[in-house]
Design a protein around this ligand. Structure first.
Ligand code: SF4
Length: 337
């Protein structure tokens, strides 16, 4: 199998050009075509001579691939299905008034096994490489329109942190996408110590899947709580500054009769007290063979108001793409017509 160019740093692209007997500036041209112009074919790299392109193509592949399927929601959200070495992954593009956000997958499946999540239920099929992840940015319709990215698709990004970190480097480098880290949010269940590395090394926003303030109850829904206790995750987060450019938020999916009452709101307030953060309440989208339904609007509003009254900024997140199974927790990477 040929080595992929997508995902390489500028220095690595120069070295790749050098390995074909080409000048280092060809590496810069490759970075420009892949990351700035975001093209998917050798033929379009017209300022690289045909002979040089052929030499490169003998040794490398670009690492781009077109989606194998798309679905459009009535709310404008679009879901893409990409083939990767170990199966399929999905990405979701969510248009909003002034932004276009990509919800990107970082693994084929997931080994965290959260009971409410279709990805978790499908098991783990393998890590994505940097090309697989960056291809999701490049091979959608109108990639130049993307303004933001959230690592909230399939997989736990901190279970593939070295690769995700490489992708963030490409996204934020001058020779790469040139994005500010403020345009990127990484969502995690709290994989320690990769979380510590992320907080030390990156300036992107952090979102933590919390879902229940009581450790035993959280464990019943999220097996990873056993390895990485949410109280330890909070202890670590409190060591960093979130009062400036970088923000931390907590995702809280609302299940009727499981985590939606005053007792849970009060425990959450105690857990987060004094931390500069936001809580996003998420509507649960029913999946088969799951004992809980979504909390009522009334319960969600009361929960939100209680947090806000205790100086914890809390909003109910609007749900997008439910009709095409693209909403939170619904990505399954299924290959369908
Ligand atoms: S919610 Fe996230 S961490 Fe949990 S199983 Fe689903 S993809 Fe994995």
């Amino acid at each position: 199998m040929k080595e992929k160019l997508l995902g390489k740093t500028l220095e690595e692209l120069k070295a790749a050009a050098g390995a074909c007997g080409l000048k280092p500036f060809v590496g810069k041209q490759l970075a420009d075509w892949l990351y700035v112009k975001r093209v998917r074919e050798w033929d379009r790299m017209v300022n690289i001579s045909k002979a040089a392109r052929e030499q490169l193509a003998d040794r490398y592949e670009l690492g781009t691939s077109a989606p194998e399927g798309t679905a459009l929601s009535s709310d404008g959200t679009r879901k893409y299905l990409f083939r990767v070495a170990n199966g399929f992954v999905e990405s979701v593009v969510i248009p909003d008034a002034d932004r276009m956000t990509l919800c990107v997958s970082s693994q084929a499946g997931c080994r965290m096994g959260c009971r409410f999540c279709m990805t978790g239920r499908g098991g783990f099929h393998g890590q994505l490489d940097a090309a697989d992840i960056l291809n999701q940015f490049i091979s959608i319709d109108g990639p130049e329109k993307l303004t933001n990215a959230v690592f909230m698709g399939m997989g736990e990004p901190l279970d593939n942190y070295d690769t995700v970190s490489r992708v963030i480097a490409v996204l934020t480098a001058d020779w790469g996408f040139g994005w500010s880290p403020k345009r990127i949010t990484l969502s995690t269940i709290g994989v320690l110590p990769a979380l510590q590395r992320f907080l030390d090394e990156q300036r992107c926003h952090l979102a933590v899947s919390l879902h229940n303030p009581f450790p035993e109850e959280r464990l019943s829904m999220m097996p990873a709580q056993k390895a990485w206790d949410i109280r330890d995750v909070l202890r670590l987060i409190r060591q960093y500054d979130f009062s400036g450019q970088r923000r931390v938020s907590f995702e809280y999916t609302m299940f009727a009769g499981f985590n939606d009452d005053k007792r849970h709101a009060d425990a959450l307030i105690r857990l987060l007290r004094g931390l500069e953060c936001r809580v996003n309440l998420i509507r649960f989208h029913q999946i088969p063979d799951f004992p809980y339904g979504c909390a009522s609007d009334q319960a969600m509003e009361a929960f939100r108001d209680r947090l806000n009254n205790h100086q914890i900024l809390c909003t109910i997140r609007s749900s997008r793409g439910e009709d095409i199974l693209a909403a939170c927790g619904m990505l399954a990477g299924q290959h369908s017509e």
